[in-house]
Design a protein around this ligand. Sequence first.
Ligand code: CU
Length: 279
Amino acid sequence: MVGLALAGSLILAPEALANFITPKAGGSPNANQIHSLYVIVLILAGVVFVIVEGALAYSVFKFRAKKNRVAAQIHGNTRLEIGWTVAAALILLVLTVVTFIKLPSIVNPPNSDSNGLVLSASVTQPTPPDGKKLTVCIQGRQFIWRYTYGDGCLNDSFNLKLPYSFTTMEVPEHTTVVLDIQSSDVIHSWWVPSLGGKVDAVPGYTTYTWFKALHTGTFRGQCAQLCGTNHAAMIAFVRVVTPAQYQAWATRQEQLITAANDQVGRLRQILTSEGNLGS
Ligand SMILES: [Cu+2]
């Protein structure tokens, strides 16, 4: 019955169980590939489960102990034993081949769509075939995510006055977004399930992943590595907007940052002229 229920749930309710027994997907091609690989493995495992448990249940019933009968003493069945050994090896072979066929589409970023937005063309990080992408640097710190947008965000974001934001990442749809991930304190883990795999933010290293949002909307994520007392509050949102909306947002952020810097500069001047600020 358990086997039948499992098989039934596999066949009948992919929607209802979409986020229950399989990974989230739908936001980015790599997330979709991870999802379909998971489903292939799950179905194969389900078939094996039903066959093995079915044979077990059948045998327990068919050959149950009966009064006044002596059990047959048999040695085994060579053909059967070779058969299930070969079958198991074949299943592993199929899973290996399918996995290696799918891996490149999970690991390597594809080109942006023609209606996407292309902001940079650098070749130092994982890069789509045409080299065009939006780079976003992610910095994990106790207990918030910081995002800096654009080429040079890893080393020179301050001088370049690149736009930045916290907690909510703003990105254009149909655009390949390559993420450079770092941490300033302990190990964190970047994970927005609908947009692909989970990648650790490790102090002293830069790790990479990517996504290409298939449509606008807001996707939720969460630091997936216990990083301290406020780990549970370390949430992340990715807000996917149209390319035009993204550019307007980035321009506005740059203006706000420039205005804030000017204000600090003026305050510094006043304080210095009054002798209230040491040089
Ligand atoms: Cu964290």
